[in-house]
Design a protein around this ligand. Structure first.
Ligand code: NAP
Length: 249
């Protein structure tokens, strides 16, 4: 994959912030998104620029198709062609059992974790695919080991949204493999970020780390390394693949 612009959704903190900084070091221009944390997004842009890189940030709520359209219009105004998308932004809600789920929550989770990333991928394909006159590119979807394990008693809805992302990864990878686009996914396990506080369990990683084969949680930069490899030319024959970053789980 040549150098150009890479979109990292949810780049204001956590795995997205680490990924944006890592990919900027490869010489790509980073276009990151955030939903509420403008300060965090500014900090990441500032850190990339301070290291000699190029970065911009756009506010975009992934549950809003209009915001996604506006994001890609903003990307189109940049000077460097789009070469990659990291579909990283995601959310979960308070831990509960399936019997306590309601329709509003399910629509919120699926809108952000499934519909938004699919719309982003569709817009990226229209710009990168040779079928549309593009020069090719790469997409990495950030799934979760929850897609394999189901997150019983915590957030089966979230796990199911990541299962949808896994299926989407397989299907899209096969669909655009002959058009110069590779599509892969990472499946993180327990990674130290703020997402666990959203579930009402901020100490979840430290609490559950002893149950993992490696006996520790992961750090965002360990996921960012895998994403950077999947985005890079070093992974030129890898598509429709999944890299689990879960300490052996
Ligand atoms: P995080 O620290 O909570 O960061 C989430 C990012 O997504 C933030 O940049 C946030 O923006 C953005 N975001 C949240 N809701 C959004 C929305 N409606 N529209 C647009 N952006 C939104 O989470 P993380 O742990 O880094 O998670 C990143 C990805 O990894 C997610 O897809 C998550 O499911 C996945 N994952 C994480 C773990 C883990 O253990 N941490 C494990 C498996 C998978 P603001 O900062 O502006 O709110």
């Amino acid at each position: 994959m040549g150098r150009g612009t890479i979109i990292v959704t949810g780049g204001s903190r956590g795995i997205g912030a680490a990924t944006a900084r890592r990919l900027a070091r490869e010489g790509h221009a980073i276009h990151l998104t955030y939903r509420t944390d403008a300060e965090g997004a500014d900090d990441v842009v500032g850190a990339i620029v301070a290291e000699g890189g190029r970065a911009r940030a756009t506010r975009a709520d992934l549950s809003s198709p209009a915001d996604i359209d506006a994001l890609f219009v903003a990307v189109d105004t940049g000077h460097e062609p789009l070469v990659g998308l990291v579909n990283n932004a995601g959310m979960l809600e308070t831990q509960c059992r399936v019997g306590d789920l309601d329709a509003d929550r399910l629509h919120r989770v699926m809108a952000v974790n499934v519909v938004g990333p699919m719309l982003c991928a569709a817009a990226a394909v229209r710009r990168m695919s040779r079928r549309y006159g593009g020069a090719g590119g790469a997409i990495v979807n950030v799934s979760s080991v929850a897609a394999r394990l189901g997150a019983p008693g915590e957030y089966v809805d979230y796990a199911a949204s990541k299962g949808a992302i896994d299926t989407f990864t397989r299907g899209l990878a096969a669909e655009v493999a002959g058009e110069g686009i590779r599509v892969n996914a990472v499946r993180p396990g327990y990674i130290r970020t703020d997402i666990h506080a959203l579930g009402g369990d901020p100490d979840r990683v430290d609490r559950l780390a002893p149950t993992l084969p490696m006996g520790r949680g992961g750090d965002p930069h360990e996921v960012a390394e895998a994403i950077a490899w999947l985005m890079s030319a070093a992974a030129s024959y890898t598509t429709g693949s999944f890299l689990d970053l879960a300490g052996g789980r």
